[in-house]
Design a protein around this ligand. Sequence first.
Ligand SMILES: [Zn+2]
Ligand SMILES: [Zn+2]
Length: 301
Amino acid sequence: MLPKRPPRDHRVGFIYSPPWRIQGISVGGEQTIIQVPELGVNFDIGLCPRIALAADFTALSHGHMDHVAGLPYWFSQRTFMKMSPGTCFCHPETAKPLQDMMGGWVDVENQATPHRIVPLAPGESHQIKPSISLLALQARHTVPALSFVAVEKRSKLKQEFAGLSQSELRGIRNGGTEITYTVDIPLVAYSGDTEMNPSLVSTEFCESKVVITECTFFEDDHRERAKVGKHLHIHQLKDLLSSWKAETVVLAHMSRRSSLEVIRKILKDTLGDEASRVCLLMDHYENRNRYEEQSRKLETS
Ligand SMILES: [Zn+2]
Ligand SMILES: [Zn+2]
């Protein structure tokens, strides 16, 4: 008899929530990388699948290895592919250890890999697209941790100038009067590993179009595990969903302790109707159905 083939690991999960693609691999404790190509950002990089290379930025939520291990490889492969050096955002307390790690690789490989490590304190942000910045928020985990929200700055016409023609507006502007003001529009939020904390109900999280959140535990007798590891449990998600306006809420970092069948059932039982806007990043079967439904709708419209 032939020996069994090894399991097919590392299949990339994929969810389309227009205009955002959310793709990646995430299993609690093992590995997490979640990419939004339209933002050019990887959220965490516990491993470095090929898709990760295309993003210019990696936003690290915290220093656990299941979120960091792919980072030196990402820097290195981008150089190998003749791409510009990647930029990694991280918590200020994680920045030096990461620099030291990259220094260690210089000794291991006997060559230096170009890289940029940019610390972001909670409340600080960094531009990632001409009108989009990535804002860091305080998360609460067993080590210093951040959540991130991509925020667009959009300029709007001031109310008092509404209804005026283009030439009238130009005249006013040329006269030195500011006719627009800017508003912050939260686009995509990522929780990273965290227990319940105020950032999760901040305006940025509540108003985001897409929320990608960890939800490590589902079963009732896993509540204590969630508490000890400072992770979220599905019963907390129920409350969060009533605050989040997001059209799509993507759950990641699920523990392997619960099977997909069990998780699907608990989701429906716990969240009721709210479950319809919740997707599991690693539920390939449901996500393929969702995608096929989306393409059918597009064909008939
Ligand atoms: Zn983790
Ligand atoms: Zn962690």
